[in-house]
Design a protein around this ligand. Structure first.
Ligand SMILES: [Fe+2]
Ligand SMILES: [Fe+2]
Length: 285
């Protein structure tokens, strides 16, 4: 069986030991999909889960949100930070804990990958602001999840992915293209299949799926934003992770009406937020 078929089997076969989301995270996703759900129903999941509540408060009080007064209750955090943003954080925590529970063979420096992923989330907010579009609450979550496919490859296909990563050190081909060449699918496709199985909504799944080929995304704006944010995060040097050759082609920048100088300036700005990014990861994990 080639890797692509093995991935299909991994995703479809209920007997495989694919990481499972914590029950509360799964319940939040399923409940959020129902039309009759109110914000109060969803808030209850967070309020009733001590581990999530504690971490949400830690993030709410981190320098990222820059609050002058201490936030000491979830209801206060919901007012100050916004309910949907807190929901996104809770989902991010669920994914982080699902994937951290699996042994992944040491191919990747996972802490660095998460740092890169948070940097992408932060950069997405900057790009959205710069291009005159308000970022929505799922922005940081898309950034956080965009490269999860790499973790799945390293857990389930360590030999083959080790080969890809080894090639990436000497080959200038962008990592996602090397993955396609050697494995038959790239980490964006892998991550998409995983979060689809986890029932994540399309506004998160689609930009993740197309973060290296945003022009193929049906509603492409968020995919363009994550594509450029990925470039900015790499330029900032925060959370160095495997592979090389991350680039955004000029059509991406022109579709966002973003000049290359702005990309460089945003990367500099992001670089100065390293401590906030590290604090965010610390609070999240
Ligand atoms: Fe990627
Ligand atoms: Fe990335």
């Amino acid at each position: 069986m080639n890797i692509k078929d093995r991935v299909t089997d991994l995703i479809r076969n209920p007997k495989t030991t694919l990481p499972t989301l914590p029950v509360v995270t799964h319940n939040i996703i399923v409940t959020a999909r129902s039309a009759e759900t109110s914000a109060k129903d969803l808030a209850n999941f967070i309020i009733n889960d001590q581990a999530i509540s504690a971490r949400v408060l830690k993030i709410a009080n981190s320098s990222y949100y820059g609050m002058s007064q201490k936030i000491d209750s979830i209801s206060r955090a919901i007012v100050v930070i916004g309910f949907k943003e807190i929901l996104s954080l809770a989902l991010g925590m669920g994914v982080l804990s699902a994937l951290s529970s699996k042994e992944q063979g040491g191919l990747l420096d996972v802490a660095e990958l998460w740092k890169h992923s948070i940097a992408v989330g932060f950069a997405m907010k900057k790009v959205a602001k710069k291009t005159g579009r308000a970022s929505d609450e799922s922005t940081v979550l898309v950034g956080l999840l965009h490269d999860v496919g790499k973790i799945i490859f390293s857990i389930y296909f360590p030999d083959e992915y080790g080969e890809v990563l080894k090639r990436a050190t000497t080959d200038e081909t962008p990592l996602h293209k090397l993955e396609r060449k050697i494995l038959g699918l790239d980490h964006a496709e892998m991550g998409y299949r995983l979060i689809e199985r986890w029932n994540f909504p399309a506004d998160i799944a689609e930009p993740l799926h197309h973060h290296h080929n945003p022009s193929e995304c049906p509603d492409g704006h968020m995919a363009l934003v994550v594509n450029v944010a990925n470039l900015i995060a790499h330029k900032s040097g925060i959370g160095e992770c495997c592979g090389n050759g991350t680039y955004s082609d000029h059509t991406v920048l022109s579709r966002l009406r973003l000049h290359h100088d702005s990309v460089v300036a945003l990367a500099k700005e992001l670089e100065s937020e390293r401590a906030e990014i590290e604090g965010f990861l610390e609070a999240l994990s």
